[in-house]
Ligand binder design. Structure first.
Ligand code: CP
Ligand code: NVA
Length: 320
């Protein structure tokens, strides 16, 4: 297996990843995204392979995290490297040091940077000034590592991604945006149902539609959750109120009241459909307890797959 991994990391497609940032799925071709899944499947079979021996990943967090923090930390340790947790409040970035200066300083110490923050433009600026790969661990606009773990989970269940119908019920948020771009790149049909006013970012929808033309898939934004759920292979949801939107919580609970994944919505999906959620979940809001804990739920496999897919991304970007 180690031989297989070494061989795949030496392939010319793997070489094209070296030193790059991973900020949005938009920057990667369908072939490259499939390659990440392929490497992730090998990582899953052999958890500890010291291919990033001695390398250090800095992890800047300005929002909370359980899965992202722990899976990146464990992933670096499995690969023989080390993670360095940097709470934005504890570093000078939190006191106004510029992103450009922070990037140039951290590049002198680290081999890679993972960042979770608010603005996608901040992550892009960091990537622009950094000499080492920068990985997006969630912004208000995107959550690309989550989407890759989701597609690994979908592929493992169905043995394919192309031609499936993926229904996202809920807020047109960061998780929805990355899932939508991924669907278009992998050739799945994507339908998102949300209340009026909570649609995904228009430019991201336009990018996804452009990508969907190339893979022969479709991207649709609707307001009827039943239309999205009908015939779906994947029913996906996320919290109604994302980090940073806490002041809108009450109005969001009202706006999204009809957008819960529950047993009656699940009955509209195909027989072997799966239910997904990036977690953390607000049980009883965007998803009912029985569905989250039910036989169709893949939420803990998704969480596990964060580890495998991120190890593939780390290895591809940070390898010598
Ligand atoms: N899904 C996800 O990114 O979870 P955390 O916020 O716990 O990292
Ligand atoms: N949309 C959620 C995802 C958390 C993993 C948020 O941004 O808070």
């Amino acid at each position: 297996m180690l031989e297989r991994l070494n061989k795949i990391l030496k392939a010319s497609i793997s070489q094209s990843f070296r030193g790059r940032d991973f900020l949005t799925l938009r920057d990667y071709t369908p072939e490259e995204l499939w390659h990440i899944l392929k490497v992730a499947l090998i990582m899953k079979e052999v958890p500890r392979i010291p291919i990033l021996q001695g390398k250090i990943l800095g992890m800047i967090f300005s929002k909370s995290s359980t899965r992202t923090r722990v899976s990146f930390e464990v992933g670096m340790l499995h690969l023989g490297g080390a993670p360095l947790f940097l709470n934005q409040q504890d570093i000078q970035l939190g006191r106004g040091e510029t992103i450009a200066d922070t990037a140039r300083v951290l590049s002198r110490y680290l081999d890679g940077i993972m960042i979770r923050t608010y603005l996608q433009s901040d992550v892009e600026e960091l990537g622009c000034w950094s000499d080492v790969p920068v990985i997006n661990g969630l912004t208000d606009l995107f959550h690309p590592c989550q989407a890759m773990a989701d597609y690994l989970t979908i592929y493992e269940h169905f043995g394919a991604i192309k031609g499936l119908k993926i229904a996202f019920i809920g807020d047109g948020n960061n998780v929805a945006n990355s899932l939508m771009l991924g669907a278009a790149k992998f050739g799945a049909d994507f339908m998102l149902a949300c209340p009026q006013g909570y649609e995904p970012d228009a430019k991201v929808v336009a990018w996804a539609k452009e990508a969907a033309v190339l893979t022969g898939s479709s991207v649709e934004i609707v307001h009827d959750p039943k239309a999205a759920a009908s015939g779906a292979h994947v029913l996906y949801t996320d919290v109604w109120t994302s980090m940073g939107q806490e002041a809108e919580q009450e109005e969001r609970i009202q706006a999204f009241a009809d957008y819960q994944i529950n047993q009656s919505l699940l009955e509209l999906a195909v027989d072997d459909s799966i239910v997904m959620h990036c977690l953390p979940a607000h049980r009883g809001e965007e998803i009912s307890d029985d569905v989250l804990d039910g036989p169709r739920s893949k939420v803990f496999d998704e969480a596990e797959n964060r580890l495998h897919v991120q190890k593939a991304i780390l290895a591809l970007l940070m390898q010598d």
